[in-house]
Design a protein around this ligand. Sequence first.
Ligand SMILES: O=C(O)CCC(=O)C(=O)O
Ligand SMILES: [Fe+2]
Length: 335
Amino acid sequence: MDLQRVQAIASLSFSKDTIPAEFIRPEKEQPAITTYHGPVPEIPTIDLNDPCEENLVRLIAKASREWGIFQVVNHGIPSDVIRKLQAAGKEFFELPQEEKEVYAKPPGAQTVEGYGSKLQKEVEGKKAWVDHLFHKIWPPSSINYQYWPKNPPSYRDANEEYAKYMKEVVDKLFKTLSLGLAVEGHVLKEASGGEDIEYMLKINYYPPCPRPDLALGVVPHTDLSTITILVPNDVPGLQVFKDDRWIDAKYIPNALIVHIGDQIEILSNGVYKAVLHRTTVNKEKTRMSWPVFLEPPGDFVVGPLPQLVGEDNPPKYKAKIFKDYIYCKLNKIPQ
Ligand SMILES: O=C(O)CCC(=O)C(=O)O
Ligand SMILES: [Fe+2]
């Protein structure tokens, strides 16, 4: 058995209340110590089918400025389409370990696509309690089908259908976010790569963890993307950092969770905020989530929109091609 995978480690019958030391976070990160349980405002929930566009623009812009994250309901993706995506992903992760390894990212690979256990180099050699599978789902010309599981056989259809519906949501969000900056509706999408924007799906698989008080799933970060659109399963775990404390995101069946990522923060010259977030894990249950990261093509230049900068409002970020941005962030080179 390959013990790089958290799922394989979690399946070993080590003592019921211990985990390997490399998964024990330093105290300043431990969820039992750092999660805030007092009364807090909830992440905004927004009806994407609001017939009043002005109202929708106002709510999304406010949430993106103050939170950098919101949930959307009435988004137009049928619950059945979401259910099939989730069932197919769950079946893949429940396959024997060696069948999943067929899709493993080769060590040192240039791409993030494939099955694996770690994206970022971690401080203090600590590990995150999560495995993942990455692959693109849109546009069709960008898809590398070798990273799409052949088993279960429903996997391809389920993902293609999800991508098709997702595209409508993406277009509506880009338009609404543009109007919220008082620029024309087409601006943010075009400034993010237009029809070449890549939809990178990730499946996060967080196995049950004997010590959820000491471990973390995904460690604190902001997404590199423009925006990220995520569906979780029904096991809570996402936390966002707001007003200096870590608070839980509520699970709303069939809602999509929209994260403002680094690229929209840059394009908006800091008006919209990329949300700092992390995930906790569960003692008995497997948590899963399906974020779709909307990314500019690698050599596409992203910088503050010219409409938003001027003498009184200098650019707060340097313009750079997306792949250089990723390189600097992953290697912790100041931007
Ligand atoms: O699982 C989640 O809810 C969030 C995952 C996440 O933040 C990520 O994969 O970037
Ligand atoms: Fe994230």
